[in-house]
Design a protein around this ligand. Sequence first.
Ligand code: ZN
Length: 447
Amino acid sequence: MRTRALLAFGLFICAATSPCQSVKPAATLTVIRAGSLIDTASGELKKNQLIFIRGERVETVTDGSAAIPPGAQVIDLSRATVLPGLIDSHTHIFLWGEDPAKGGYDANILKAGIALRAARATFAAKRSLEQGFTTIRDLETEGAGYGDVEIKQAIEEGTIPGPRVFASTRGISSTGGYPLEGYAPELQMPKGVQIIDGPVEARKAAREQLDHGADWIKVYMTHRSWVDKQGRLYSQPTLTVEELTAIVNEAHGWRKKVACHAYNGEGLQRALDGGCDSIEHGLEITDAQIAQMARQGTWYCPTLAVYFTDWAPADTPEGKRDRARANLHEVSFGKALKANLKIVYGTDIGGMPWTDSMAQEFKRMVDGGMPPIAAIQAATVRAAELLGEPGEVGVVAPGAYADIVAVEGNPLEDITVLEKVKFVMKGGGMFKNDFDAGHCGTSAGKP
Ligand SMILES: [Zn+2]
């Protein structure tokens, strides 16, 4: 009797939490009634639409007057604007902020063991999903090895909630090209990335990372940066063209792509000459480099927001550097827009705390001159293209994964409403529905 009561209690708990907390698709037909739907492929806002979902995918999208078969589960989002699940193309689930007061970057590696780091990454994965980012390209683990591949595995097997993860594992730089640094030379300090010197080591690192499940390879093409005596931002280059070419050649052979962290100058030039697929940050891109990116079809993931916050005091070298970076970045972003470069949405979150909003980059992009629909496309269809997943994610269309989010208000009129995503579905499984408090409550919405 007691066992039965416990069992019943257990079932009750399951029934009460599973519709929002699990990302398992419903077995039957689900129909979402959307007040407005942003068609990211065409850029149009469509009123009163029905989205038919079977299993983990969208079956059809029709006009609101279409008949709903009896027995279908209907989700009423008629007061909402519905759009595809968002994609952040630059995250670090294993990075826990870089606040100097909390030990800065180094504390991530020196003070946290692998279990703590995995727990934090688990939190990050959930944060991503509850904010409507149903897919991420996670650009290296900052010394946590192949942990991203395993977090991805835990999400895929349903052990923890989280987005679809495109993992890049360890990252690559050269000697003198990545922290930990500044310690006594006698000490063998761990590094936040895999260090290589020479094309042979470069290719070997790429092979190892690809062998262990990297979906992308992340390379650092610049490292330290400062404002020189002439007042110009200077960035120390890292890998040579030969080293990068070996990595790109190897990755492309596996049908994988290479993301290059590059601020400006020689390092950014080597990234382009070495055939990088995406430039990360790109604080200062010359006109010739913009033209080269257009010619080569290079993606640009600017990650603006992270460079516009937490500046050091104005009269310090760090403060000067921080301000120079942001000024140049704005100009480069404007040039990229004008040249119609392929731009994707990325936050670099992890560098800023995972409690921060992942949607804050939208406002930066729009303030920088990007039309709201283009910013949304950068976080949906365009990112899907970058990831080699067009038609699978980034659209609400027949055959795509049912990765769907909804907000109150119209993001085309006020982009900041994306900072308050109230409904999240991933692969047909509803994770959160704050439009229907009686159904799913608000429990999933708080970090
Ligand atoms: Zn980053």
